[in-house]
Ligand binder design. Structure first.
Ligand SMILES: Cc1cc2nc3c(=O)[nH]c(=O)nc-3n(C[C@H](O)[C@H](O)[C@H](O)COP(=O)(O)O)c2cc1C
Length: 378
C-alpha cells in the first residue's frame, strides 16, 4: 500500500493503461442498426483525447434471445468489422484502451419487447413488469456460446478485452439474485449455483479468445432490493471468489438496480459510495478491484488509489459532462467535476448532459430524469 499513484501507467486486470481512471460503462443510446453510430464514435474519441486510461463502452447486446433496444450496438455475425475497428482505432490513436461491456438485458426493458422475454424464473421485472420465461438449460448453453462468439468479434475488432455485465438488474444480475432466481436446477439455489451461468461464460470466452484475453466483470456488492431479498454482500463475496478461481481478470464493484432502495446512479453527491464493498472484496478475494460510484474530486480518487488496494476508479456521469476531465486534472486544474449527479443525461436519442441542451430539448430530458430518479429512494 502507499505505492500506487493515479497518473502512472500500470497493468490492471491484464490491460496496460496510462493511468488508473476508467470510464465506467455508460449506455450511449447511439447504436445505428446494431453498429456504432456517429455520436458514440465521437463520445469515445473525446474520452480518449481527454486521457481516460480505459474506456468501457456502454452495454452492447449479443444474443438472439434478447430484445435489443433500437439504439443498442449488437456484437453478432452481422457486425461491421470496419465500423468496430473505427472505434477501437480512434481510441488507441490517443493512447487509451477500450473494452465493450457485453450484456443481455433479460426482462429489464425500457421499451416494449419484440420477442419472448427470458430470465432465470417467471418473476416480473420491476420496470417492464414482464414475467420472464425461464431459460431451459439448452438455452443457457446457447447463450454461453453466443457470448463467446461476441467476445471473439470484439477481440478481432481490436478491443483490449471485454467486460461481462452482471450488475444493475439485467439478465446475469437477475441470475445472481435470490429474488429473481427461483430455479431448482444447478443454476439456482446456492450462490455458487447462481453464479454458474457467468462462470460458464467466463470459461467460454477464455477458451475462444485465449487465456490471456482480459475478461472483466461488473457486479453488485448488493442489489439494494427493496425487501433485501436480492444479492447481498456475503453472497457477492462467494460469487467473486468463484470468479477469481475461474480466471476473472478484474472486478468492477457497483450496487443497486433502477428500482432498488438505491440506484446505481445515486442522484445526489456522494463520493465513493461503494467503498465498503470494495474493501470487503479486497480483504477476501485476490483479484484487481475497480471502484465505481460518485467520484467527483481528484483528491478522493488519489486518496483511494494511494491508501487502499483499489486498483482503479471508474466514473460515468462526470465524463458525460466533461469528457476532458481526466486531462484537466492531470494538467493541474484540480477543481471538482462539474457533474451534479442529477441524472439528466439519460436520453434514448443519445446520452448527453442536460446542461448542453437548448430549452425545448431540456424539457424532454427533464421528464426522463424525473422518471429515472423516481424509482429509488436515492
Ligand atoms: C446515462 C447512463 C447510462 C449508463 N449505462 C450503463 C451501462 O450501460 N452499463 C453499466 O454497467 N452501467 C451503466 N451506467 C451506470 C454507471 O456506469 C455508473 O455505475 C453509475 O452512474 C455511478 O457512477 P457515477 O457516479 O460516476 O456516474 C449508466 C449510467 C448513466 C448515467
Amino acid at each position: 500500500m502507499g505505492t500506487k499513484t493515479t497518473f502512472e501507467s500500470a497493468v490492471i486486470g491484464g490491460i496496460e493503461v496510462k493511468n488508473r481512471i476508467v470510464r465506467s460503462a455508460t449506455f450511449e443510446a447511439a447504436g445505428k442498426k446494431g453498429n456504432v453510430g456517429d455520436h458514440m464514435l465521437e463520445m469515445h474519441t473525446n474520452l480518449a483525447e481527454g486521457d481516460v486510461g480505459l474506456i468501457i463502452t456502454g452495454y452492447v447486446g449479443f444474443s438472439k434471445s434478447d430484445n435489443h433496444a433500437h439504439n443498442a450496438v449488437v456484437l453478432s455475425a452481422d457486425s461491421s468489422m470496419e465500423n468496430l475497428k473505427a472505434l477501437t482505432d480512434s481510441v488507441h490513436k490517443n493512447g487509451s484502451k477500450i473494452i465493450p461491456q457485453i450484456n443481455h438485458t433479460g426482462s429489464q426493458l425500457f421499451a416494449a419487447p419484440t420477442g419472448p422475454v427470458y430470465g432465470p424464473s417467471d418473476i416480473a421485472d420491476h420496470i417492464s413488469r414482464i414475467k420472464s420465461t425461464p431459460f431451459t438449460i439448452d438455452q443457457i448453453k446457447d447463450v454461453v456460446v453466443e457470448f463467446g462468439d461476441a467476445a471473439l468479434i470484439a477481440k478481432n475488432a481490436g478491443f483490449d478485452g471485454i467486460q461481462i455485465h452482471a450488475a444493475h438488474g439485467y439478465l446475469l444480475s437477475k441470475f445472481l439474485s435470490p429474488a429473481f432466481n427461483k430455479r431448482t436446477d444447478e443454476y439456482g439455489g446456492s450462490p455458487v449455483n447462481r453464479a454458474r451461468f457467468i462462470v460458464e461464460i467466463l470459461k467460454e470466452v477464455k477458451a475462444r479468445c485465449g487465456a490471456d484475453f482480459p475478461v472483466w466483470i461488473k457486479m453488485n456488492g448488493s442489489d439494494f432490493h427493496p425487501t433485501d431479498e436480492g444479492l447481498l454482500i456475503d453472497d457477492a463475496l462467494v460469487v467473486a471468489k468463484e470468479l477469481a478461481e475461474n480466471g476473472i481478470d478484474a472486478i468492477e464493484i457497483s450496487g443497486g438496480t433502477f428500482t432498488g432502495t438505491y440506484s446505481p446512479c445515486r442522484p445526489k453527491k456522494h463520493e465513493a459510495y461503494h467503498l465498503d464493498f470494495a474493501t470487503k472484496l479486497i480483504e477476501e478475494v485476490s483479484v484487481p478491484v475497480v471502484l465505481v460510484g460518485g467520484f467527483r474530486s481528484i483528491d478522493a480518487i488519489e486518496k483511494i488509489i494511494s491508501e487502499t488496494k483499489v486498483e482503479a476508479v471508474s466514473m460515468s456521469r462526470p465524463l458525460i459532462r466533461e469528457p476532458g476531465l481526466v486531462k484537466r486534472w492531470k494538467d493541474g486544474d484540480r477543481e471538482n467535476a462539474a457533474c451534479m449527479a442529477c441524472n439528466g443525461c439519460f436520453n434514448p436519442a443519445g446520452t448527453q448532459c442536460i446542461f448542453e441542451l437548448g430549452e425545448e430539448e431540456k424539457a424532454v430530458q427533464k421528464e426522463i430524469m424525473k422518471f429515472m430518479n423516481s424509482m429509488t429512494k436515492e
